[in-house]
Design a protein around this ligand. Structure first.
Ligand code: THU
Length: 162
């Protein structure tokens, strides 16, 4: 039996420590929470992406009475970015969330399905996505979605060798 340690690099910082461009992206993610359609969970998520063509796009979660038909903010903005600008890499993604009390104090982290979709985008564009997770008490930053998804499944997983 072999035990392996898988490490993930996560940087924690204050909002003030971000660059002006990244602060703006986080502020946009926060603002975009108010565009969410979340009458069932009352949990409003906003996401903003910076593309390598300079465009900034935003998205929010969209719920449905048939719960599984809803979609997270991260996938809304990522699929929109890929559909609108199929040749542009996503450089940075910022995520924020609030409920009826206010913004989450802890950094909001993407769900498993969104992590898988983000991994596909990294592989498709051969470019890591820097992710900024907003919390009132501080920001968590990962340089690549791979830090949030160890032992991941991707196209190489289907390349079974005998
Ligand atoms: N949600 C997101 O939009 N992003 C996440 O990373 C986690 C969850 C949404 C889905 C649903 O509309 C609501 O938050 C509650 O789960």
């Amino acid at each position: 039996m072999v035990e392996k340690q898988i490490t993930a690099k996560i940087v924690f910082c204050a909002l003030d420590e971000l660059s002006e461009a990244e602060k703006k992206l986080v502020q946009l993610a926060k603002l975009t929470t108010s565009n969410a359609y979340a009458p069932y969970s009352n949990f409003q998520v906003g996401a903003a992406v910076l593309l390598d063509n300079g465009e900034i796009l935003t998205g929010s979660n969209q719920e449905n009475a048939a719960f599984s038909s809803g979609i997270c903010a991260e996938r809304v903005v990522l699929f929109y970015a890929n559909a609108r600008y199929p040749d542009a890499k996503v450089l940075t993604l910022a995520i924020a969330a609030q409920n009826m009390i206010g913004f989450s104090s802890e950094p909001i982290s993407p769900c498993g399905t969104c992590r898988q979709v983000l991994l596909e985008a990294e592989n498709r564009y051969k470019s890591d996505i820097r992710v900024l997770l907003y919390g009132v008490d501080g920001i968590a930053i990962v340089e690549s979605i791979k830090d949030l998804l160890p032992l991941s499944f991707d196209v190489s997983s289907m390349d079974i060798k005998d």
